[in-house]
Design a protein around this ligand. Structure first.
Ligand code: FAD
Length: 499
């Protein structure tokens, strides 16, 4: 049995995906020789700075100390994403992580809130979310529970500097035995009979042989795309944005503990606050706006002084038909791309790694195992894709052709069904282990003004006074707890400020 085990793994690429894979495999798998090839001359994409709370599972897997990690990556804490001008111009809502309110009996909070809103006795949804209340007050602490209340505490993720993150992971991986090879890959050698990749060959002629190859070469997709010619499923008819202009700027005030996503006429802008700067970018659709105008829009909406020349990134939304083909598993941009609206790309890398560990192959590369991996990864991509499309599709803006087109475009059936079910009585059904939970969908659906016809009948079982009391209690606890948290700035200064 032992002789069938894979012992030689080659990771192609040293961006976020490559070093995440290297750190995770070296920390969890014994008896593997892991080599990572990257080219300083080619470099990395250098964006990818906002995350979701699931990243904490990855940190735990590789044994990261959270304060050290935030310090080394000049990170900040993230409690959610604020969306501005998405439904209508002037609208603001937050997709806050964590719990909102609490369930009562068998019924979840959103159903009571729908009834309370219809009767004029419920406040804003965010008033019942500790994450949103803390975010709006610029406060943060690690607080898993609000004691003696039945309410969860804070759920957090991070913003960090992508280049520092890769460097930090590299230290961990090299310490665990990963060997880094500097050089540009010029060709790929394949086995004539099986078609499997046998080696990558550098410009200087060195061949790096392996049994399992992990393609983390970014948009180039050197192995999965160029060598194995695995097709790409294009989703630009649903997510038409194809470019981003990115520019860092000085911080204009204390770093906010949340990401901002501000809709513009033909796309949207991110603001990601770090300890030493703010990351900004304008994602847009080149059918509707040129690069010069998109750059001008971004620069007009950057809060502090720009710290570099704006740069353009081009992308195509979609995924590889098979993320795992033969003996090559693609992770990161080589496996597909979904725009950073809900900060899911790094999560998809983490997810690909977790599933690769679960389906780690033997030398025979069993087809059933590979199929299972591909099916699971596809499911995750498609459900996240649907969530992102929702933000574009559910808009009422009339001020630009871009938004009208997004509203009028066809959408995937899976998403259409979700919206229809929600319109009926505010229900959301989370299938299998899809990433975004019911309350996340609920915040975006209501934030973008999709109105259910009614609420679930069980929410009528409370009297109006009981319901008002239920809301008042939660609101008071949330507001009081948020006001007692340290400021985000003080928390960082005390625990994890870069020196
Ligand atoms: P890259 O960083 O491009 O790395 C590719 C590696 O392959 C490099 O090391 C390169 O040297 C190497 N390589 C390539 N060709 C060769 C060769 N011939 N020889 C040797 N080495 C080679 N994700 C999030 O989670 N949150 C965000 O907020 C976010 N924002 C984003 C904004 C934009 C505009 C874009 C485009 C992406 C964003 N992402 C975000 C996605 C995120 O940037 C990527 O998922 C992540 O950085 C992973 O990149 P990568 O490692 O796959 O590729």
């Amino acid at each position: 049995m032992g002789e069938n085990r894979i012992t030689k793994v080659v990771i192609v690429g040293g961006g976020t995906a490559g070093w995440m894979a290297a750190a995770a495999l070296s920390r969890t798998m014994d008896n593997l020789s892991i080599r990572l090839v990257e080219s300083d001359e080619i470099g990395t994409i250098g964006v990818g700075e906002a995350t979701i709370p699931a990243i904490r599972l990855f940190n735990a897997l590789i044994g990261i100390d959270e304060d050290e990690f935030v310090r080394e990556t000049r990170g900040t804490f993230k409690l959610g994403i604020e969306f501005r001008d998405w439904g209508r111009l002037g609208d603001t809502y937050m997709h806050a992580f964590g719990q909102v309110g609490r369930s009562l009996g068998m019924l979840q909070f959103p159903q009571y809130w729908l009834r309370g809103r219809a009767e004029g006795i419920a406040g804003r949804l965010g008033d019942y979310s500790l994450n949103e209340s803390a975010a709006r007050a610029n406060r943060f602490a690690r607080l898993p529970q609000i004691a003696n209340t039945g309410l969860d505490g804070i759920a957090h993720a991070f913003h960090f500097d992508a280049a520092l993150y890769a460097a930090y992971l590299r230290k961990i991986a090299e310490h665990a035995g990963v060997v880094r090879i500097e050089g540009k890959i010029e060709s790929v050698r394949r086995n004539g009979a099986s078609g499997h990749v046998e080696a990558v060959v550098l410009e200087n002629g060195t061949a790096i042989e392996g049994e399992l190859f992990i393609d983390c070469s970014g948009f180039r997709a050197l192995l999965i795309g160029e060598a194995l010619e695995t097709g790409f499923e294009d989703w630009t008819h649903w997510l038409p944005c194809d470019r981003a202009i990115a520019v860092p700027s000085e911080n204009a005030g204390p770093a906010r503990p949340y990401t901002q996503a501000i809709a513009h006429q033909s796309g949207w802008q991110w603001r990601i606050p770090l300890q030493h700067r703010t990351g900004n970018g304008h994602v847009f659709c080149s059918d509707f706006i040129g690069e010069d105008e998109a750059t001008a829009t971004l620069l007009a909406n950057v809060e502090g002084r720009p710290l570099a020349e704006p740069r353009t990134l081009r992308f195509r939304t979609g995924m590889r038909r098979r993320a795992w083909n033969a003996n090559v598993v693609a992770l990161g941009l080589a496996s597909g791309f979904l725009e950073p609206l809900e900060s899911t790309s790094i999560h998809l890398i983490q997810n690909g790694i977790a599933k690769l560990l679960a389906h780690f192959p033997n030398r025979d590369f069993d087809a059933a195992n590979i199929d299972a991996y591909n099916r699971r990864v596809r499911f995750d991509y498609e459900r996240i894709r649907d969530f992102i499309i929702l933000h574009y599709h559910a808009n009422q803006r009339t001020d630009s052709p871009f938004w009208i087109r997004c509203r009028e475009m066809g959408i995937p059936e899976t998403l259409a069904h979700k919206i229809e079910l929600f319109r009926s009585q505010g229900q959301i059904v989370r299938e299998a282990d899809e990433l975004f939970v019911e309350i996340g969908w609920f915040q975006v659906l209501t934030g973008q003004n999709i109105e259910p016809k009614t609420h679930h009948p069980m929410a009528d079982q409370l009297t109006r006074d009981e319901l008002a009391g239920f809301f008042a209690d939660i609101e008071t606890i949330v507001a009081r707890t948020a006001s007692h948290l340290p400021t985000h700035e003080d928390f960082i200064a005390q625990h994890c400020a870069a020196g």
